[in-house]
Design a protein around this ligand. Structure first.
Ligand code: ADP
Length: 446
């Protein structure tokens, strides 16, 4: 097992990884920008290294600085968290070239899944079902027209290098197609430095269901159940549940068999998530994330498995030591992503936190790096806390979430807590009756 790990991230996820390291008896090295000198992930780490000025490209994305920090401090492995360098294959390669361990999949797998066209062709070849769409990249408007005529409108143009819901444009009919195609290409080029796009049928009432997997280096692959992440705004997740209120154990088992067999065939290792759209009782693969997800705690709460422990153990070469038959799910978990934003306009609300009082009690988990007096910097993602509740049933988890949201006090900045309270009070949410388009309408109408 490693003696020291460098955590190449900030905020709640850096703390989350530190917690796992400490439980495993591993020392931690934090890295930080000059904007984060007083941050909690720096205060709680065993050692810390400043890696640059506030803009992420000069600090949290600065590969030479991070590698130097690891070498100077004698860290043996690097955990990238999510975002930043977590899906950067070049970084994973550089880490290994310096005789350090990258806590994640191989660079080749990161690259394979980072290109969504390659990811889809690979998965299709392994028997995983896809959303109807183009066979590969769409290079011209004429090709876009042909494919749309075949799969029928509405269609969605998506960036091959896409992420965070960017570079995605819908065309309801042929008259909208050319503009959607040009805009998606331009946005993809600007955001990802790669303007390759492809096309999918735009589904009108899907749910976003994803499957968490773990794979060791001895060839064992297991799934840790599904998460329902259908509550989204601008294709970004806001609230997640495990399990999905509409998926049966038989459906989960069947999807799990397809997915784990596919990943065994490509020799995947470490943690990963396969994302699907689910409509008319069909799962269709849309992408794979080759890292820890923001919403991983809901899977931990229903399985009792610490996913970060497992990532570290796998990276150290240990076998999982259990099989699918040993994994049992208990109860239901919900996560609310709380951001420093106006709950009505979603305008960013950085600044000083005056009071921070997190909720507690049975079945309540708060993953946050906030404290009273902390100044939320304007330079990074607006996520400030994840509130997770667990109950024996979905009703119990919902009731617990409602009371935990009421108890949660954060003053000085605006947060999305009031929005979550409104969602948790809605009868349609209560009934579990929602699709990926539901929240957008809910926000507009209430
Ligand atoms: P990103 O990598 O940018 O997050 P994804 O491919 O994971 O992009 O899609 C993000 C979200 O966009 C999905 O969760 C879903 O809400 C929506 N979406 C993606 N593909 C489709 C589709 N074919 N039809 C309808 N909605 C889609």
């Amino acid at each position: 097992m490693f003696k020291k790990i460098l955590i190449a991230n900030r905020g709640e996820i850096a703390l989350r990884i530190q917690r796992a390291c400490r439980e495993l008896g591993i020392a931690t090295v934090a890295v930080h920008s000059t904007a984060d000198t007083d941050a909690m992930h720096v205060r709680l780490a065993d050692e810390s290294v400043c890696i640059g000025p506030p803009p992420a490209r000069d600090s949290y994305l600065n590969m030479p600085s991070i590698l130097s920090a690891a070498l100077i401090t004698g860290a043996e492995a690097i955990h990238p968290g999510y975002g930043f360098l977590s899906e950067n294959a070049d970084f994973a390669e550089m880490v290994e070239a310096h005789n350090l361990v990258f806590i994640g999949p191989t660079a080749a797998h990161i690259r394979m899944m980072g290109d969504k066209i390659t990811a889809k062709t690979t998965m299709a070849g392994l028997g995983v079902p896809l959303v109807p769409g183009s066979a590969g990249e769409i290079g011209t408007v004429a090709e876009a027209r042909e494919t749309a005529a075949r799969i029928k409108y509405p269609v969605l143009i998506k960036a091959a290098a896409g992420g965070g819901g960017r570079g995605m444009k819908v065309a309801q009919n042929e008259s909208e197609l050319e503009a959607a195609f040009m805009e998606a290409r331009a946005e993809a080029g600007a955001a990802f430095g790669n303007n390759a796009v492809y096309m999918e049928k735009y589904l009108d009432k899907p749910r976003h269901i994803e499957l968490q997997i773990l794979a060791d280096t001895q060839g064992e692959v297991v799934h840790i159940g599904e998460r329902d992440c259908s509550l989204q705004r601008r294709h970004q997740k806001l609230l997640e549940e495990a399990g999905s209120p509409i998926i049966s154990a038989a459906q989960r088992d069947a999807l799990g068999k397809t997915v784990t067999s596919a990943l065994k065939q490509i020799g995947y290792r470490n943690a990963g998530t396969l994302e699907f759209l689910y409509q008319d009782e069909q799962f269709s693969f849309i992408e794979m994330n080759t890292r820890l997800q923001v919403e991983h705690p809901v899977s931990e709460m229903i399985s009792g498995i610490d996913l970060v422990h497992e990532q570290i153990r796998i990276a150290a070469g240990e076998p999982l030591g259990y099989t699918q038959a040993d994994i049992h799910f208990s109860g239901h978990a919900i996560e609310c992503r709380i951001t420093a934003e106006d709950p009505e306009t979603f305008a960013p609300s950085p600044g000083r936190v005056d009071v921070f009082h997190p909720p507690g009690g049975l079945g309540v988990r708060v993953d946050s790096a906030l404290f009273a007096g902390y100044r939320v910097p304007p330079h990074y993602d607006s996520l400030i806390a994840k509130l997770i509740t667990h109950g024996r049933t979905r009703e119990e988890a919902v009731a617990r979430m409602r009371r935990a949201l009421r108890e949660f006090v954060i003053t000085g900045i605006k947060t999305t807590i009031p929005l979550h309270e409104r969602i948790l009070a809605d009868p349609q949410f209560m009934a579990g009756d929602y699709t990926i388009h539901w929240l957008e309408r809910f926000v507009a109408e209430t």
